[in-house]
Write a protein that binds this ligand. Sequence first.
Ligand code: FE
Length: 290
Amino acid sequence: MATEEPVVRPLARIIPAMNTSDGAGVRLRRSLGSNERTRLDPFLMLDEFSSVNPGDYIAGFPSHPHRGFETVTYILDGHMRHEDHLGNQGDLKSGGVQWMTAGRGIIHSEMPQQLEGRMRGFQLWINLPAREKMKPAGYRDIPPEEIPVHALSGGGRVKVIAGRLDADGVLIDGPIAGLSTEPLYLDVELPPGAAFAQATPRGHNAMVYVFEGRLRPAGSNDLLATHSAAILADGDLASFTAGAEGARFLLLAGRPIGEPIVQYGPFVMNTVAEIERAILDYQTGRLTAA
Ligand code: FE
């Protein structure tokens, strides 16, 4: 049987990040999730926060609820403390990740700890399928030393946060695996003009978010600007070339859930009735009850 050439995923759509604020006034850039037409199933939202001015971040995200999805917080620079209603605490330091499954409910705070210097990182929201929305809450704090780093043969490097790096002739599994949405979460840094191609299963959705330099998706004339997201069409490979200043970007992919989404702030369910139930449960102290 003839082997077919892998199909490189073409650029489908660019989503510039919008300046906004959330929590108690944390300034951030929101690309995915700035409205309901900028989601990419199973991804609901992607925020980048980056500031050297504590006034932009120090108020943090005081106690707030979530139900029905997962949040992934990746700190590039800074120090964030997490506390939840169960008394759990976690410290997120530079290069660390917290993977939180809100499931039926969590009430937590996410508060920057440093008083000066740069605070920089991302929060990604990943949806859960209907059958998993009401599972017990849980999370994993992943310190930087548990995140594999692969030095690319053409220069640059990849950090494998979730899923499997399948690029540059290597297969490397990240610490997060076994989820039904099969998320791939890579942090890729490329020197000027370097190329990178990662295998991505057909039918999974894939996107990039450029946060340093500029990046050209293979086959495209568009050079993605810093702080922009781009959705890729279907194919076997997500392939890119860094611009003249190099590039650093997140590459995200996952299996789409294909269910209706009803979101009300920090609650993401399938129906309006389930959202009303979440609000009532929160108001009556039953959000997180087993
Ligand atoms: Fe939160």
